[in-house]
Design a protein around this ligand. Structure first.
Ligand code: SF4
Length: 146
């Protein structure tokens, strides 16, 4: 197996980084994660990748370096708590654009615990593919606009 290349300044990396809140307790957070991956699928990994949000508060050097080397950093949050944007900014990252799905595509947050003991469905039944597509389009637009 080839020796793993350690990332450092000057080594190739993804042109843009997306940080998704990935709040798995609600439809909005799950949609932010799926839409971020769909944006990467559409743009290709040269153009964009989903960054390691949890590496930012603990300042993992390679993640900090790749993020700071990115042309744009886009945060994607499900709801107005804006966890991803706040975590990134508290780590000293300059966010080029913060997307909030509750505003950007008018999503209504549905906390999944509300259905426990009642009409609890499968996880993907809380996700609208239409919302994922609309959110993906917003992310792609934010990356592609000058
Ligand atoms: S921004 Fe909202 S949906 Fe996303 S992790 Fe935070 S509280 Fe959850």
């Amino acid at each position: 197996m080839a020796e793993q290349q350690r990332w450092e300044a000057g080594v190739n990396t993804h042109e843009n980084i997306i940080f998704s809140c990935f709040g798995g307790l609600s439809n909005t957070g799950i949609t932010s994660a799926l839409a971020s991956l769909e944006a990467v699928r559409e743009l290709g990994l040269n153009k964009a990748a989903v960054g390691c949000l949890t590496a930012l508060p603990v300042k993992i050097p390679s993640v900090m370096g790749k993020t700071k080397a990115a042309r744009k950093v886009i945060t994607v949050d499900g709801c107005p708590q804006e966890c991803a944007r706040k975590v990134a900014e508290q780590a000293g990252i300059k966010v080029s654009k913060g997307i909030v799905l509750a505003r950007g595509i008018s999503m209504k947050k549905k906390p999944l615990h509300e259905d426990i003991g009642g009409d609890l469905k499968g996880v993907m039944e809380y996700v609208s593919q239409d919302d994922v597509k609309k959110a993906k389009d917003l992310i792609v637009k934010a990356i592609m606009e000058e």
